[in-house]
Design a protein around this ligand. Structure first.
Ligand code: 1GP
Length: 242
């Protein structure tokens, strides 16, 4: 059975356990109307800072999932878990190495009904995600589409994540990838800082993720929730079903 805890998510705020967020800001994020809170980061994530953030988020009703790239940070109590795999890296450890090592040890403990594989294509070479995973972000559009087909059709990974973290991506390419997908949900993240960008991204991908803006410009970040919803309503009116 493929888990479905994330299937209706259109807008997600991503919180980094390694970054400070005040109670007041967290309150506004969790009551913003976003569909879910995703907890994850590319560096400095520990068991302790993950537990701490989860317990603060749990004061609210928002669904909350963890992106788990290190089994040492496998904090129980999230509504769902994503296991990232970076497709466009030559470093096997980030594609399947760390994942199989973790499964060899903890596979029998995995709550599989709430675990989803998450195939990443990392497309901003300047991002921490690219630096840490060694991803080759300079790939062509044709290669991006090939990776998307590999994840969606060959491996049937349920979530494909186009990651431009820190930079607003190529929306024409995002849309093209989405239109090629057969079963995977397309998540877009990167550089969404305004309502207009959120609207554009939400009309190109199934789910959009807003991260940095929460920390840099909370007011603008909060505007992205309504903008994403408006984009989906408009798409529905036009008969487009995501
Ligand atoms: C990061 O895709 C998310 O993993 C969101 O990107 O931080 O640039 O919003 P930003």
């Amino acid at each position: 059975m493929i888990p479905s805890f994330y299937q209706h998510w259109r807008h997600v705020f991503k919180l980094d356990p390694d970054r400070e967020i005040s109670d007041e800001a967290l309150d506004r994020v969790c009551l913003s109307g976003t569909d879910a809170i995703l907890v994850g980061g590319s560096s400095g994530v520990t068991y302790d800072n993950t537990v701490d953030l989860l317990s603060r988020i749990r004061r609210y009703e928002s669904p909350c999932a963890l992106e788990l790239s290190d089994p040492a940070c496998a904090v129980p109590g999230f509504d769902g878990y994503f296991i990232p795999m970076v497709l466009n890296t030559p470093r096997r450890e980030w594609l399947i190495g760390r994942q199989t090592e973790a499964l060899a040890e903890f596979g029998h403990l995995m709550p599989w009904e709430s675990v989803a594989g998450e195939a990443y294509i990392v497309l901003n070479g300047e991002s921490t995600a690219a630096r840490v995973s060694g991803a080759d972000a300079s790939i062509s559009a044709a290669q991006v589409l090939a990776y998307a087909q590999l994840a969606d059709r060959l491996w049937r990974v349920p979530v494909l994540y186009m990651e431009y973290s820190g930079a607003f991506g190529d929306m024409a390419l995002v849309r093209k990838v989405r239109d090629e997908l057969n079963q995977a949900r397309l998540v877009y993240g990167g550089g969404i800082r305004t309502a207009a960008q959120a609207r554009e991204a939400a009309s190109a991908a199934h789910t959009i993720v807003v991260g940095n803006a929460i920390y840099d410009d909370l007011e603008a970040a909060l505007q992205t929730v309504g903008a994403a919803r408006a984009a989906h309503e408009q798409a529905k009116e036009q008969g487009y079903v995501f």
